[in-house]
Design a binder for this molecule. Structure first.
Ligand SMILES: [Zn+2]
Length: 264
């Protein structure tokens, strides 16, 4: 009987030793090697910072843009003008803002954050988001990260939206609310058409009764990494508004900008 208890002990000691060695090696590597650009992996000076080439290839979104959807206009139509999309198919959320267009460099940054464990890039992305969303943040009572289903959270170990919301919270001095829950795991939105995306996330989010007070009468900013069709953020906004939120805006690091239709 003794050997059966001693064996797991020895194994756990071995595992701890290996983990310790790995931690030391990682420390040595951190000291010995310069930080790498999260987009192209060229050495850079500041951890989490971009190299000059990738920085110059990012497309920051600035005015003129649709005041509702934040979609950039090709020319300035004058103050307060909305895009065709905002008039024809208005979302449940009030205003959407994003720091950059979702192009090649933005995609690699989101990938690094989401799947590459480059959490050190989060403060850089959140800094740009704070700039793009400063009007929204100035009015906000709380930041609400788009929740992951617990099973996906368990597999990935962290929610990139929550990481960005926490970074924003620290700089904008707005608290984070976790009142919004994902009640079912939805298949990935990639490859789905707009109507299918909306169908896919319909009813997937909910504010539990116990958390309603956190939402009711509050001005909220939903935080996510990318706005693609807006279907997920729309479903989140609907759930928050159903629970009595007085205002729901959206702030993402990047947004897909495909067709820029002429404003009215
Ligand atoms: Zn680079």
């Amino acid at each position: 009987m003794e050997s059966t208890t001693a064996e797991p002990d020895r194994r756990s000691v071995l595992a701890k030793t290996r983990a310790g060695v790995r931690a030391v090696l990682r420390g040595v590597l951190d000291i010995g090697l310069p930080p790498l650009c999260p987009s192209c992996r060229e050495p850079v000076r500041d951890p989490g910072g971009l190299c000059a080439t990738c920085w110059s290839r990012l497309n920051f979104i600035t005015r003129p843009y649709c005041e509702r959807l934040g979609i950039p206009f090709a020319y300035d139509p004058g103050p307060g003008i909305l895009s065709m999309q905002a008039i024809a198919d208005p979302p449940a959320y009030g205003r959407a803002r994003a720091a950059v267009r979702f192009d090649e460099v933005a995609r690699s940054l989101v990938h690094a954050l989401k799947y590459g464990d480059r959490l050190d890039v989060a403060p850089t992305l959140a800094g740009w988001m704070a700039q793009a969303g400063r009007e929204l943040l100035a009015e906000a009572d709380a930041l609400v990260p788009v929740p992951l289903h617990w099973r996906r959270l368990w597999a990935r170990r962290f929610n990139q939206s929550a990481v960005l919301a926490n970074c924003l919270s620290a700089s904008a001095k707005v608290p984070v609310s976790t009142a919004l829950k994902r009640t079912r795991a939805t298949p990935q939105q990639v490859g789905l058409a707009k109507a299918e995306r909306a169908q896919n996330v319909q009813g997937a989010f909910r504010v539990p009764a116990a958390a309603k007070a956190e939402v009711s009468g509050r001005r909220l900013v939903l935080v996510d990494d990318v706005l693609t069709s807006g279907a997920t953020l729309d479903a989140c906004a609907r759930a928050l508004l159903r629970s009595g939120a007085s205002q729901v805006d959206v702030l993402t690091f990047a947004r897909v900008v495909d067709v820029v239709r002429a404003p009215i």
